[in-house]
Design a binder for this molecule. Structure first.
Ligand SMILES: Nc1ncnc2c1ncn2[C@@H]1O[C@H](COP(=O)(O)OP(=O)(O)O)[C@@H](O)[C@H]1O
Ligand SMILES: [Mg+2]
Length: 273
C-alpha cells in the first residue's frame, strides 16, 4: 500500500491554491501528523535575511525621529525581493541596518542565520566584505580611480592581485554595456554609467547577498532590463539573495516577492512567482 500522503498540489505555493484546496491540504497535513509519516521534502533553507521587530530611531529628546517601528521582513535564498514604499518611509534605513552599516535600536537582524550586531567589530567588517554587495543611492565611487578600478575594489580588499581584479571588474562592466568607459574616471561618466559601475562593484566578488538602493533610477530602457536580468540571474542561485529598493513599477515583473513598506513597517508581502 502506498503510504505517502502528500497533497496533489503540495509543490504549488499556497497563494496559488484556492480556499477549498487550502482546507484539503490542511486536512491531509493533520492526518499526516496523526499517522507520524515523515515529510520527505527537504527542510526549507533559512531565509537569507530575517528581521524581527526591528526598531531604529535617530537623534534624542525633542529631535528624536522614530524611523523603523517594528519591522518584520524576510528575504528568501534564491529569490529577488523588492522593497517598495513611499519616499521617507524608511527603506534606505532598513537596508542599511540589514547591511550592518547602521545599528538597530531594538529587535533582531540575521543574515544567513548570523546576528551580525553580536559580532566583534572586525568580524562584522569581514562578514560584510565576504557576504555582501551594496549599491548606494548616491553611488559613492572613488573619484581618483577609473571605472574598472572602482568596480575592482572588493576584490582588491579581499587580496586578489591588481591585474586579475581589474580584469574581472572590466568583464563585468562589458556585460553592463560599459566597455568603452572602463578607463574613465567617475566625473567623466553620466549618472547611468556611474550607477552601472556601482552595480559592478557590488557584484564583482560574487557575494551571497546583494542589496541595491534604487538601481534603475538613472537608466534607459535597454540598460534597465540588462541590469535587472543580471540581478535576477544572481538571485536564482540557491545560496544567494538579492534585495532591491525601487519605486520603478516598470521592473516589478522581475520580483519573486514584493515587500511593501509604509511609515516604518512592512505592511504586506506580495509573492509573484
Ligand atoms: N542619519 C539620519 N538622521 C536623521 N534622520 C534620518 C537619518 N537617515 C534617515 N533619516 C530620516 O528617516 C526617514 C526615513 O528615511 P529613509 O530611510 O532614507 O527613507 P526612504 O529610503 O524610504 O526614502 C526620513 O524622515 C529621513 O529624513
Ligand atoms: Mg531611500
Amino acid at each position: 500500500m502506498n503510504t505517502t500522503t502528500s497533497a496533489p498540489n503540495s509543490h504549488l505555493p499556497s497563494n496559488l491554491l484556492g480556499g477549498k484546496r487550502r482546507a484539503a491540504t490542511r486536512d491531509i497535513s493533520e492526518r499526516r501528523d496523526t499517522m507520524r509519516v515523515a515529510d520527505p521534502r527537504p527542510a526549507a533553507p533559512p531565509p537569507a535575511v530575517r528581521c524581527r521587530e526591528v526598531q531604529k530611531h535617530f537623534g534624542e529628546g525633542d529631535a528624536r525621529i522614530h524611523v523603523l517601528r517594528g519591522v518584520n521582513f524576510e528575504a528568501c535564498q534564491g529569490e529577488l525581493t523588492f522593497l517598495v514604499g513611499p519616499s521617507g518611509c524608511g527603506k534606505t534605513t532598513l537596508i542599511s541596518v540589514i547591511a550592518g552599516l547602521l545599528d538597530t535600536t531594538g529587535g533582531e537582524v540575521e543574515v544567513f542565520g548570523q546576528n551580525t550586531e553580536s559580532l566583534p567589530a572586525d568580524d562584522r567588517i569581514l562578514f560584510r566584505r565576504r557576504n555582501l554587495g551594496f549599491v548606494y543611492q548616491q553611488y559613492n565611487l572613488l573619484p581618483s580611480l577609473t571605472a574598472a578600478e572602482n568596480a575592482a575594489v572588493p576584490l582588491l580588499a579581499a587580496g586578489v592581485k591588481r591585474r586579475e581584479a581589474v580584469d574581472r571588474a572590466r568583464s563585468l562592466l562589458v556585460k553592463l554595456g560599459m566597455e568603452d568607459r572602463a578607463n574613465a574616471e567617475p566625473n567623466k561618466l553620466s549618472g547611468g554609467q556611474q550607477q552601472r559601475v556601482a552595480l559592478a562593484r557590488a557584484l564583482v566578488h560574487e557575494p551571497r547577498l546583494i542589496i541595491c538602493d534604487e538601481p534603475t533610477a538613472a537608466l534607459d530602457h535597454a540598460t534597465r532590463e540588462a541590469v535587472m536580468e543580471l540581478l535576477a540571474s544572481s538571485a536564482v542561485q540557491p545560496d544567494r539573495a538579492v534585495i532591491v529598493v525601487t519605486h520603478d513599477n516598470r521592473v516589478f515583473h522581475f520580483a519573486d516577492t514584493i515587500a511593501h513598506m509604509d511609515d516604518g513597517r512592512i505592511t504586506h508581502n506580495e509573492h509573484k512567482n
